[in-house]
Design a protein around this ligand. Structure first.
Ligand code: HEC
Length: 102
């Protein structure tokens, strides 16, 4: 084994650990992702008031799992390749601001 192989072995788990601890959902990032990718379609659906799709009385989402599923479904519609942690950021943003599910 040469030095750079040894470094790769040592450093790789460290990077994994760092990115894990940096994980924890980040709703501010979720808001940015959401506003850039999701808002315009909801806006045209809801007559220029995109957020009302989350607060209308007959909204579909009624659980955190349901919210996660819907974000994943709409993400596929949009065609953005968000990894799970970015899905969680958006779920956290939507839940903190609109759904307030436990
Ligand atoms: C091409 C249009 C379109 C785009 C883009 C879009 N959505 Fe949607 N979204 C819809 C439609 C249509 C519904 C309503 C479905 C229904 O009422 O049956 C919806 C509903 C939702 C709901 C559920 C609202 C409720 O009733 O509780 C969530 C959450 C949601 N979208 C999240 C997202 C996210 C996150 C993105 C960005 C990744 C996104 N959407 C992008 C069309 C879109």
């Amino acid at each position: 084994m040469n030095v750079s192989q040894a470094k790769a072995l040592v450093c790789f788990p460290v990077i994994l650990l760092l990115s894990q601890s940096a994980m924890g959902a980040n709703p501010a990032h979720g808001k940015d992702l959401h506003n850039a990718n999701c808002q315009s379609c909801h806006s045209s659906l809801m007559g220029g008031k995109p957020d009302t799709i989350y607060t209308r009385s007959d909204r579909r989402v009624s659980s955190l799992d349901g919210l996660r599923n819907q974000v994943t479904r709409c993400k596929t519609t949009v065609g953005v390749a968000w990894p799970n942690d970015q899905v969680e950021d958006v779920v956290e943003y939507l839940n903190n601001n609109f759904y307030k599910l436990k």
